[in-house]
Write a protein that binds this ligand. Structure first.
Ligand code: GLN
Length: 187
């Protein structure tokens, strides 16, 4: 099994570190040929406008959409924005791979970033993990095909559909690898 990490912008090295801890040999993806070598892909946090422009420049936008129609993708923060279906305050259309409406920078400015407990639940287990919310988006609406896996207070912060897993926070910044473990099981 080969899990790629999109390595054109953002905190991809943090995902690489956590995948190594989980015994994977992470594979950096910067081209369509590299993407097509992967069984699953992680889109890191970063800046969604920049990430979108760079993905278009690298000829990765349409290949990524096709990849996401066949294989699992995990997106964190800016990665979630790019995977979503509707982003009213983003200058580009997102990939539309998970039925979410997302508001960017919904908690305010960089200085309003915070760490707080997130409750996640899957396969009949609940547990808490630290949630790093860095100029994070909010999920405003979810479609019927989307399941909620994690909440921060009343906000939905971790979701999935058949192939896509997406978090508004950064599980790659914690010592708890459980969200990445879950993604590996999905792959
Ligand atoms: N605010 C960023 C954006 O809108 C996302 C921040 C992040 O990925 N931590 O793209």
């Amino acid at each position: 099994m080969r899990v790629g990490v999109l390595a054109v912008q953002g905190d991809y090295s943090k995902h690489v570190d956590i995948l190594k801890r989980l015994g994977q040999i992470p594979y950096l993806v910067r081209t369509e040929a590299e993407l097509n070598q992967c069984d699953g892909l992680i889109i890191p946090g970063g800046e969604s406008t920049t990430l979108t422009i760079v993905m278009h420049k690298h000829g990765l936008w349409e290949p990524l959409r096709h990849f996401g129609e066949r294989r699992p993708i995990f997106g964190t923060c800016a990665g979630l924005i790019i995977l979503s279906s509707r982003t009213p305050n983003h200058p580009f259309d997102p990939l539309g791979l998970i039925d979410l409406t997302v508001e960017r920078n919904a908690y305010g400015r960089q200085k309003d970033s915070f760490i707080d407990e997130v409750t996640v639940s899957w396969e009949g287990h609940n547990h808490s993990i630290p949630g790093f919310f860095i100029r994070a988006p909010k999920i405003i609406e979810i479609g019927k095909s989307v399941s909620v896996l994690g909440r921060h207070r009343s906000d939905i912060v971790l979701v999935e559909n058949e192939r896509i897993l997406a978090a508004t926070f950064h599980p790659e910044l914690t010592d708890d690898p459980s969200v990445h473990e879950y993604f590996l099981r999905k792959v």
